[in-house]
Ligand binder design. Structure first.
Ligand SMILES: [Zn+2]
Ligand SMILES: [Zn+2]
Length: 304
């Protein structure tokens, strides 16, 4: 265990230092893309309902999203996630790579990209669904949902532990199918802009495209809605068809979308940003401890 943790620490630190120049460029690109989406949203919906107006209040919810922007785009979330999982996600990733010593051979770049992203979205769909239905995983995912002032910046609000677990799970299609080539950087950028758009306050449901193919801002707002009628819907990341196929798709109208209240019932969204990351983590560990203790206790009971 200690060896795995030390290896994770060393591996993460070396990897982080080597990639720092690229990380800074990626961070500037993310800031630029975010700014463009914020300005477009302001232009379309006007000032009052815009993300910029909410960000300007500098509320605790916005501060949490700004911290998330820095942690996510500086890739510090990945280092924190490796530490928070006690190096296990990093160790399991190495084990997975060495265990699966082969991958599919798809020579055509577009075919490879299609196979990879279809599989990735399928994996993402189920991971996201489990984040909602497994109580222990909901502890860490509610961090993303608790944004009281949901803005485009909320796209970056993911708990480091969720990123570590999700990264490990999403590495299965990467190991088996192989990574799409770098010529697909534009496609990658499209996915990033899409993530910003669906967390913005644009009320569009994109018609039949949003109903069947690509998740719309209205669709993702429903996923963040406090209304119980909207719970457990729209788990997809980019595509909508996995939700259609697995019976979790919801396609709200514009009027329904603008009336939605986002956030997690029982939380105010006013938690202090750094403290909140730690509290969610401590809460998850405590809950995991209780689950393990309960399982162990049951096994100890005679005939139990
Ligand atoms: Zn969710
Ligand atoms: Zn979201």
């Amino acid at each position: 265990m200690i060896d795995t943790l030390l290896q994770a620490l060393r591996g993460s630190a070396l990897k982080y230092a080597a990639g720092l120049p690229d990380t800074l460029v990626a961070m500037a690109t993310a800031a630029g893309l975010t700014l463009v989406v914020l300005l477009i949203e302001w232009w379309v919906v006007g000032w009052k309902p815009s993300s910029l107006a909410r960000i300007a209040t500098f509320s605790m919810s916005t501060r949490t999203d700004l911290l998330s922007f820095v942690l996510y785009n500086s890739k510090l979330s990945l280092v924190l996630g490796a530490l928070m999982s006690f190096g296990l996600t990093y160790g399991l990733l190495l084990a997975l790579k060495s265990l699966v010593g082969w991958h599919l051979t798809i020579d055509h770049p577009m075919l490879l990209a299609a196979a990879y992203y279809l599989a990735l979205e399928f994996f993402h769909y189920w991971f996201h669904r489990w984040l909602h239905v497994v109580p222990l995983l909901w502890e860490i995912h509610k961090y993303h949902h608790s944004a009281r002032d949901m803005t485009a910046l909320t796209a970056f609000r993911a708990h480091p532990l969720q990123l570590a677990l999700g990264g490990l799970w999403a590495s299965v299609p990467l190991v088996v199918i192989g990574a799409p080539t770098s010529e697909l950087a534009l496609l990658h950028m499209l996915f990033r802009v899409h993530a910003l758009l669906v967390h913005s306050n644009l009320p569009f449901n994109w018609g039949w495209v949003g109903r069947y193919l690509v998740q719309s801002p209205a669709g993702h707002r429903a996923h963040h809605s406090q209304d119980a009628a909207h719970h457990h819907t729209n788990y997809g990341n980019f595509f909508q068809f996995w939700d259609v196929l697995f019976g979790t798709a919801l396609h709200p109208t514009r009027a329904e979308t603008t009336a939605m209240v986002t956030g997690v019932p029982g939380t105010t969204g006013d938690e202090r940003p750094v403290r909140y990351v730690i509290d969610i983590y401590a809460g998850t560990l405590a809950r995991a401890g209780r689950v393990v203790a309960q399982a162990f206790g049951h096994r100890q009971k005679p005939g139990g």
